[in-house]
Design a protein around this ligand. Sequence first.
Ligand code: EPU
Length: 422
Amino acid sequence: MDKFVITGGTPLDGEIETSGSKNSALPALAAALLTEEPVVLNRIPRVRDIRTMQRLLVDIGSKVDAEGEAVRLQTPKIACPEAPYELVKTMRASSLVLGPLVARCGRARVSLPGGCAIGARPINLHIFGLEQLGARINQAHGYIEAEAPEGLRGAIVHFDRITVTGTEDLMMAAVLARGETILRNAAREPEVADLAGLLRAMGAKIEGAGTSTIRIHGVEALHGAEHAIIPDRIEAGTFLIAAAITGGDLTIKRCNPEHVGALVAKLLQAGAEVDQPDGETLRVRGAVSAPGRLRSVDVTTEEYPGFATDLQAQYMALMTQAEGIALVVETIFENRFMHAQELARMGANIRLDGKQAIVAGPTPLTGASVIASDLRASASLVLAALVAKGETVIDRVYHIDRGYERIEAKLAQAGARITRVE
Ligand code: EPU
């Protein structure tokens, strides 16, 4: 298993480019199942979750050709409409094939995900939505079996709570359903709007994606298309925090500044300087060594456009270096504070109380051996290590490889002392 060895204390300086969004690319790959014609996706990030999804699609019957950042997919026939436990347990987003499979061939068998490191993460809302569209659902032996031999029909689906992949799954099911589907209390994440863009390019009729009400008029069939994935806002946000925590001067290129608006607002309040030289670039200068220092600022995670839960762990690392007390409240997942104990082992002063973490700073951090527990928790440990005195060894970096493309190379390019040890 690979490890990262990081020596802290160097402010980041230079330029980093973001990759395409992992959480946009995953549903886009699944959407290719909706047509027998070729779908070409550009700016696909080269991360492990994407390779896992491609493997699943090959098992289902797709021909997948990846070259650099471009992936060409074609699924003339669904050979096996199934997502087995072995894949779903390593990547929960595998359940994104449920909607497209039922829509395309009238049946799907998808393993139930089970618990994970950040919370229970059930898929009951995906199932509820498909039932509204007329699918018959049977649950047995740890699998969900969905059937709609006569095809799906449009319906009103009012989500009990906001779900990102649930909204995406239902949107993909509804594009081939008879009649109109209205998704209410839908997720407004940019990844949902990006998926709608791809589906429209494939001939789907969708309005309102990016708002909480999405209207879909089912069509007879979809055709092939070419589409570029949006920049990864969580990767961009991680680099913004890396600049702020090291007191560096970093320019982040090929990002969408609007998508990280909630984080930028917090960084400005904390005393970092953030400029937007153009529509796809952000420049951050940290305030650690400046007379003002970083100030503690409370944060509560929310659905988009609120503060992303996927940046909470990284933000907590930042708050260990800020002056004062910061309250970090996690409202999306029930168990997303695994990084707090590891940060504490490096010297952070963090108290957990149910949904909230109370971070007192600034505390000097020192390098230690720490273990990555999930994707974003690992990123927060990397950020802490960048300012810790001495050497930090982060074990189980396969978690970080699931969602960050060559993070060590990108950070090293901006002066970080980080190496991967195999
Ligand atoms: N939920 C239910 N029932 C459902 C679906 C969700 O109760 O059927 C609950 C979840 O347990 C959670 C909340 O609703 O408490 C929100 O979950 P959501 O469904 O929105 O999460 P997701 O779609 O499984 C995506 C991202 C996550 C990100 C969340 C929240 C992808 C592939 N994954 O997950 O990304 O944290 O939205 O924004 O898009 C990551 O990249 O590190 C990551 C975990």
